[in-house]
Design a protein around this ligand. Structure first.
Ligand SMILES: O=C1O[C@H](COP(=O)(O)O)[C@@H](O)[C@H](O)[C@H]1O
Length: 231
């Protein structure tokens, strides 16, 4: 579906982080008011650090928030590659210290961790109230790497799986990712990208005929994806 997105451009990364945190807070707070609980799935990598710091200082009833990751490098949270490590260092602190963080890497035993995640995703993130995506310059989002062996399964909008393991040479290590069939149903989806290179990647992804993973997610999303970009 062409045009299933809205652009929110900012003059700088600080303004973006403030606006994205305010939007996420407002979505989560409305959900908590309505149902006493809310769910948030965030991405990792390098981009979200500033946004996480701002969000961690934002007034939300954090003890009513279930928090997980959109995707994870399958490494312990002591690894500098760990997305959970980033969440612990930058997000689940300050006012957000009482959020209930449910990481995707847990025991280091893949089948057990997949089962555990299936259970909490079904219970609390079906679908997530808020999903924050990132994007790589190869057009991947979540861990939907273009060279992933499981790519078509990961991107199947009708898949019954909420989480899957990902094997891709370009990924660096084994990954776990929420599937497109779960992410697409999130009540609010933001794509957070920064810099000229990522904007150029996004423009290629949005061009006619693109089948890059980020484009597949935008097209399949059940509500327009809000793109947050700053130079
Ligand atoms: O590997 C990953 O990469 C993407 C983009 O990361 P960035 O460092 O370019 O911001 C991220 O969205 C994803 O969660 C992460 O696992």
């Amino acid at each position: 579906m062409a045009g299933n997105y809205r652009r929110n451009d900012f003059a700088d990364r600080e303004s973006l982080a403030a606006a994205l945190a305010e939007t996420v807070a407002s979505r989560l707070s409305a959900e908590i008011q309505a149902t006493q609980a809310a769910s948030l799935a965030v991405s990792g990598g390098s981009t979200p650090a500033r946004f996480f710091e701002v969000l961690s200082n934002t007034d939300i009833a954090w003890d009513s928030v279930n928090l997980t990751l959109i995707d994870e490098r399958y490494v312990p949270d002591t690894s500098p590659r760990s997305n959970a490590g980033l969440v612990k260092a930058k997000l689940t602190r300050n006012k957000a210290a009482n959020a209930r963080f449910l990481p995707l890497y847990h025991s280091g035993e893949l089948d057990a961790d997949l089962k555990d995640a299936e259970h909490f995703l079904t219970s609390f993130f079906n679908p997530p109230d808020v999903a924050i995506l990132g994007m790589g310059n190869d057009g991947h989002t979540a861990s939907f790497f273009p060279d992933a062996k499981e790519l078509e399964h990961l991107l199947d909008p009708a898949s019954r799986d909420e989480i899957a393991a990902v094997h891709a040479d370009s990924a660096g290590e084994l990954r776990l990712t929420l599937t497109l069939s779960l992410i697409r149903r999130a009540h609010f989806i933001a794509l957070h990208i920064e810099g000229a290179e990522k904007l150029a990647t996004l423009e290629k992804a949005l061009a006619p005929g693109s089948t890059w993973p980020i484009r597949r997610v935008i097209d399949a999303a059940t509500s327009p994806v809000e793109i947050f970009w700053a130079p």
